[in-house]
Design a binder for this molecule. Structure first.
Ligand SMILES: [Zn+2]
Length: 85
């Protein structure tokens, strides 16, 4: 993962070099949303699915809810933190 300024996007995953580039300096909540969004791209890519079949707009709206759900549910967030230790 690299911190790097992006043109017109906050984060981008390149399946060719398997690199995730994230724009520096954004709010923590926005960073959380973007990380989940980009993770979704990686999951989709690794499972040989095409975003075009799902739609980028729909992906953005749906995946960003990961961050919102976790922010509103501290117990769930803690549980997930523990799972990732
Ligand atoms: Zn996207």
């Amino acid at each position: 993962m690299l911190w790097e300024k992006q043109k017109g996007s906050l984060g981008i995953y390149d399946p060719n070099d398997l690199t995730l580039r994230i724009k520096p300096k954004m709010s923590k909540l926005m960073l959380g949303k973007i990380l989940f969004h980009e993770l979704w791209h990686i999951i989709v890519d690794l499972n040989k699915k095409k975003i075009i079949d799902i739609g980028e707009e729909k992906c953005a709206l749906l995946t960003e809810q990961f961050a919102v759900i976790l922010k509103k549910n501290p117990k769930l967030k803690q549980l997930m933190n523990n799972c990732l230790k």
